[in-house]
Every structure is written in C-alpha cells, then in structure tokens.
Design a protein around this ligand. Structure first.
Ligand SMILES: Nc1nc2c(ncn2[C@@H]2O[C@H](COP(=O)(O)OP(=O)(O)OP(=O)(O)O)[C@@H](O)[C@H]2O)c(=O)[nH]1
Ligand SMILES: [Mg+2]
Length: 598
C-alpha cells in the first residue's frame, strides 16, 4: 500500500486571514506562474472577487515542486472564508487529504476558523496549523500560537509562523504538506474509474465542464462516461489539469484533481457530488458518498425588469447554479411582479453576489424582493404553512399563530470589546445564554436570536464596534412563536410589492421609519415630488417625501428663452400625469438590496 507523490490540500481560515496571498507564494515558489504574470491574490480571478477583495469561488491549481529532494505534484484548492460561501469550502474538503489552517496573528482565532476546522475534521483531513501575517505591527504571534495550540491540543512548536505577504517560512508550509499529508493510494490506479464532481461550469463549446477529484482508475479524452445519479451518458470530450487555467492532457488518473469536459448542454444533468464512471466499467460500481445539499437560509424572488427576459433568466440561473451549487431556485408567478423565481441563498451576501453575477455575466436587470427567512404560519383552521416571501403573507384575519426561525448565535470577541458588542446587540432581539473563553483575552458569547435579525447588518455592526476583531457564526435551532406583521411600501401611492417585508409587531414603527428614510436616500429623485409610505394592516405608520427636482428641468437654460422653459415645465407636468396614471416610480435594481442592507 504505497502512497503516491501527489499531495491534495486546501487552505482554510476565517475571511481575510491570507489564504489567497499564501497561495500566491506557492504559485511563485513552484514556478506555476511566472513573475511577470503574478498579481496579488492571483487565484481571485472573477472581477467581483477583485473588486471586493474577497474570494467567492473555490479555485483548484496544480503545481509541481521538488521538496526535500523529492518531486511532488501539489494540488491546491484555495477556498473562500466568508460564511456565505461555506458550501464551497465543504465541497473542496471532500477532494483532498489535508488542510492548511491559517490564523491571522493580528486577529487570532475567529468564528470561521472554528467552523471550517470542524468541517475539515469531519472529513478526517490532516491539519497543518499555521499562524500568518507575522510581519504585521499589530501581530501577536505568541497569543495566536497559544490559542491555536490549545484548540488543536498540540505543542506550540508544531505550529508554523509565516508571512504569506513577505514569503517568510512559506517553503516550510510546503515541506509540512509533503511530509504530513498522505498521498493517495497507488493501488487505486488499478481500479475501475470513479471521479467525484466537486464543482462545474458552463462553456459554450465544451458544454458542462466538471471539476473532479479522480478517486480510482484513469480516463482519457474521447472515452464514454456515465453520470451516476443523473443516469446521463456522455463523452469525455477533453480532460486536463488546472494550471490554474484549464490545460488539456491525454488522461487524468487516480489521486489527481482535474476537469472533464462533458459536451453536455443541459446544465441540470451535471450535479456536484455525483460520481462520474466509465460507461464500459460502470457495471456494479458503487457511487462515491457525495455531499449534503446546501441548506438555504435566506429567500428572495428575482423577476426580470423586462418581462420578455424571463427565459433568459431561467437559462442564466441554470448555468449559474453549475458554478454556484448553493443557489437553489424555483419558478413562481406573482400578480404584481409577473413571472420570476424564488431563490434560496446561504446568506444576504450570497444573494447580492448572485444578483450581481446575473447582471454582469448574463446582462440581466432584476427586480429583487426583500430577502426573507422562512416563516411558519398556523391559520384559523389549524393548517400549517411556510411563507418564503412577504408577498405570500396571508390576510391577518386568517392567521392564528406566526413563527420564525431561531438560531444559536456565537460571537467571538476580545474581552475589551464585550461592552461594545453588548451595546450593538441591544438593538437586536437576542437573548443572552452563556460565555465561554478561548483564552484569557478572548470570549465566545452565546445568544439565542431570530435568524431574521442576524442576517441583515449585525455582522457589519459587530465589526464596527470591535475594530474588526469580533466575528460571528450561527446554527439554526428551530421555530419560535413570534408576533409578526406584514409591512407594505407605497411609492407615490403605488404599492411596491417587492419591498414588502415581514417585521416583528413591536418593531413595526421603527422598521417603517428606517425603511422610508433609507428609500429617500437611495431612490433617485424624480421631476416631481414622491411620497414614500410604510403601511401595516392598511394604516400608514411612517412617511417621507422626496422633493421634486424642479429646478434641474430648466436649470441649464440661460435666462430669457421663455417658450423653451415652458415646454420643459409642460414635460414635467406630463411626467406627473403619467405617474398618476401608471402609479409607479421605477425602482432601480440596486436599490432593492441597498435598502435591505439598512
Ligand atoms: N501584512 C500582511 N498582510 C497580509 C498577509 N497575508 C495576507 N495579507 C493581507 O490580508 C488581506 C486579505 O488577504 P487574502 O489573501 O485576500 O485573504 P483570504 O484569506 O484569501 O480572504 P478570503 O478568501 O476572502 O477569505 C489582503 O489585504 C492581504 O494583502 C501577510 O502575511 N502579512
Ligand atoms: Mg481568498
């Protein structure tokens, strides 16, 4: 039973602890990327990732290096740190044998350090603990090393101290990977071909391209394949490695990470977690374990601004899902909005990224309903139903009881910020439960909270009061009875169904006021004044007015020309009349998510 010289590993950490930067150094050391082509966070290739400075997609790359006198093939998967993209992490973990666990020495252990470590342990991965950013002025290397040693129950001397930015000790990380991460068993090369799909994307020429970890056997370009769960047959039109760009090979073999272009044009047939086999060897072959499906926490409906784009949206969602399997969607029709899709996301950043990708990659402008959690309702006839969008909220006279999802919220913070964190939480409906300590200086505060409260802007607020040190994680506990009402928004007298939301009754006034104020700030002003109203049960609970932009209409005309001026004012009047007839001000797509963020 000899292990091969292949090492498959991921880098995991809390957001921003330096995974992609460390990957840069690996790419340099191994010569995978030439110095001329290098740029910071090289593997963050999407424009959105570069603009926001965060990783959104997992990214595999194959490198080769001589380490301690031996030649190794290193298959690295860089993962995102933001909690909304944790499904990318869990899929990556199933494709590898080891994980480099990074901790930023200026921040210490944070919430997703713990969450991602848990995921890696469940997969029985070898963990290589590393304290990063030791070059920083604010770094407390000793403290971070202590915390990590305690957490993993290991000696402090087993923890590497590096600077991914400067390259300090980075080569040692690769040595540890070579020494400690087991190589895939060579005997698997003799078995019938099996590969796990851990990601995919759509290519207009190649069809669906499956990202795979080959478990057994090998496959060559041109061979016939079978997808186990989908029961689909196809041909491996091309196979190859990620360098990190796709590079064609004659074959890919047991233990390796690579891709198989399937030529399949129907996106739904290729699912992550499915097993690819060879058609000629599929008799009696068992599928690989696959993944748990992602469990969406937040729902929002997407409607094309132009109803004619419905089919484009449908096609776009199916292609995007290949590359973002945490996204789920289902067709729906609403009287006020037309045909669209109810979409499920892992969090609000995920919702935002999906809408942005639909816009950038598929040219779609969308009306997006206010993201919402799933509510449970018992009606007067004792019938239970689940509500995914405020638009589906029944008439109050039909409702007997309302319930909302409750979570256990864990906030990790240095003790000096406990006061600030508590102040922030006063504005949220949380109940304090317990405090644990990671070390003398760092506490884990545990609360119970409604999911709806924590998915909006709690995270940003915590960051704000703690200089970025506090972090949070949550687990859904179940449903809790709660008095909830539907709030509706009228813009210039017209109901804007997509902006309706469910709010706790005791907070309706405050929420109404916040919402119309936010709308006033974000809606572009019109040539006429626009009334903004929030209603609960048909009663106005808050109002604001966006003043007309009257001056602007004629402002650019110099003095005298009265007739032209009059014409413009006439036009303005017409606008007002049109508005009265249509009863609608156009809400630009961006406003929906901006208003939600609060
Ligand atoms: N001083 C210093 N800064 C670093 C180091 N490593 C990373 N950074 C900085 O930390 C920030 C985040 O780095 P990334 O490599 O994008 O972090 P990441 O873990 O990949 O982030 P996500 O993928 O979004 O979770 C960037 O501004 C980096 O320049 C380091 O060793 N020293
Ligand atoms: Mg990254």
């Amino acid at each position: 039973m000899k292990g091969s010289n292949i090492r498959n590993f991921v880098i995991i950490s809390h957001i921003d602890h330096g995974k992609s930067t460390l990957a840069d150094r690996f790419l340099e050391i191994t010569g995978a990327i030439s110095p001329k082509k290098m740029r910071p966070q090289f593997l963050d290739m999407m424009d959105l990732e570069r603009e926001r400075g965060i990783t959104i997609k997992l990214k595999p790359v194959r490198m080769e290096a001589e380490i301690l006198g031996e030649r190794y093939i290193l298959n690295l998967v860089d993962t995102p740190g933001h909690v909304d993209f944790s499904y990318e992490v869990s899929r990556s973990l199933a494709a590898v044998e080891g994980a480099v666990l990074l901790v930023d020495a200026s921040k210490g252990i944070q919430a997703q350090t713990l969450a991602n470590l848990d995921l890696a342990k469940k997969q029985n991965l070898v963990i290589i603990p590393v304290v990063n950013k030791i070059d920083m002025l604010q770094a407390d290397v000793e403290k971070s090393t202590d915390e990590l040693a305690q957490l993993l129950e290991i000696e402090k001397s087993d923890i590497l101290k590096i600077s991914g930015k400067l390259g300090t000790n980075v080569a040692k990380v690769l040595e540890e990977v070579a020494k400690k991460v087991p190589g895939p068993l060579q005997e698997n090369a003799e078995k019938p071909f099996r590969a796990l799909i851990f990601d995919s994307e759509y290519d207009p020429y190649q069809g669906v391209v499956a990202y795979v970890r080959v478990i057994d056997g090998e496959i060559k370009s041109g061979e016939k394949i079978k997808l186990f769960a989908a029961k689909a047959r196809a041909e491996a039109k091309e196979v190859g490695y990620f360098k990190p760009q796709m590079e064609k090979q004659d074959k890919i073999s047991a233990g390796e990470i690579g891709y198989i272009a399937t030529g399949i044009k129907e996106p739904g047939l290729v699912r992550v977690g499915d097993t690819i086999m060879k058609e000629s060897q599929s008799q009696g072959i068992l599928p690989l374990p696959g993944y748990r499906e992602a469990k969406p926490m937040v729902f929002a409906s997407f409607y094309p601004e132009n109803p004619d784009d419905f089919e484009v949206l449908k096609d776009a969602l199916s292609k995007l899902k290949l590359n973002d399997p945490a996204l789920i969607y289902e067709q729906e029709t609403k009287e006020a909005l037309g045909r669209g899709f109810r979409c499920g996301f892992l969090g609000t950043l995920h919702a935002e990224i999906v809408s942005e990708r639909l816009h950038r990659e598929f040219g779609l402008d969308l009306v997006i309903s206010t993201p919402s959690v799933v509510y449970r309702i018992i009606d007067q006839k004792d019938k239970e139903s689940y509500i995914y969008a405020a638009t589906d909220w029944p008439d109050p006279s039909k409702i007997k009881e309302t319930y909302e999802p409750l979570v256990s919220l864990e906030i990790i913070t240095p003790v000096e910020y406990i006061g600030g964190v508590s102040d922030v939480l006063k504005n949220f409906r949380v109940v304090y439960k317990d405090t644990n300590y990671l070390s003398f200086e760092r506490a884990i505060l545990i609360y119970e909270a409604p999911l709806a409260d924590i998915i909006t802007n709690l995270y940003d607020k915590l960051k704000g009061v703690s200089k970025g040190y506090a972090s949070m994680n949550y687990k859904v506990l179940g449903y809790r009875k709660s008095k909830l009402v539907k709030m509706e928004i009228l813009i210039a007298g017209g109901k804007e169904e997509a902006l309706s939301r469910i709010v706790p009754e005791e907070r309706a006034f405050q929420e109404g006021k916040n919402l119309v104020t936010k709308l006033k700030e974000t809606l572009p002003s019109q040539q006429f004044s626009v009334a903004l109203q929030a209603l609960v049960g048909g009663k106005v609970i808050a109002r604001e007015t966006i003043r007309a932009q009257r001056k602007d209409v004629t402002g650019y005309l110099y003095g005298g020309d009265y007739s032209r001026k009059r014409k413009l004012l006439e036009k303005q009047k017409k606008g007002k009349k049109l508005l009265k007839e249509k009863g609608r001000v156009r809400v630009p797509p961006k406003v929906f998510l901006e208003v939600f963020r609060g």
